[in-house]
Design a protein around this ligand. Sequence first.
Ligand code: ZN
Ligand code: FE
Length: 257
Amino acid sequence: MRKLDLHHFICRQDNYGVLVHDRVSGLTATIDAPEASAIERELERKGWKLTHILTTHHHGDHVEGNLALKKKWHAQIIGPKAEASQIPGIDLGVSGGESYDIAGREVKVIATPGHTKGHIVLYLPREELLFAGDTLFALGCGRVIEGTMSEMWASLDKLRKLPPAAVFYCGHEYTEANARFALTIEPGNEALVKRAQKIKAQRAKGEMTLPGTIGEELATNVFLRPESKEIRSLLGMSMASKADVFAEIRKRKDAFR
Ligand code: ZN
Ligand code: FE
């Protein structure tokens, strides 16, 4: 199977843009549309013509470019049905559990409520490729704004079950701050300590820390590790449910400066 071309860049301040391109069909999708001008610039640089906008959730920093890009390219916008009224220009609503096809490739829609009520992530099983929006970040996860802590935990738990080799992209470059926080929750995790050092060096050079892999997150992302004995003992929650341990970590992150 021919590979998809992926083009990854920073836009706005700390949002990620990702363009997905298929050479044979010419299909080009942007994962979310954080900033029309930045996406236009990157399309031009690659010589690609936009055909799809794949929306993960309704927040302004993910849909702001929708209408301008749609007007210019007549791109089809596919996004969460539950948030359709808040997603400018949406053509097709999806809710999770179903799949659709782009350039002959299966795209599985996974509902991940928590950050927003209707948040979805996209998983391409053949490519082992995940677009996680603001649900999963490198060493972090999205703030629980519209959903409940237990919904967000259930959403992240779905992503824990993807193949460890799966590569993921997400909505933001928050990795360095996430690493600083993670070290307060699981300071004895050697893989985390090593990764935090690597991230610091990468960011000092202005490099992007994404994409990552699910396997690396399973080993180092404290939000995915409520079974960890070290975390449980540090939080004094040895008997608590995984969802409760997750909720405590998320609350501490919200208060972390
Ligand atoms: Zn968001
Ligand atoms: Fe965002």
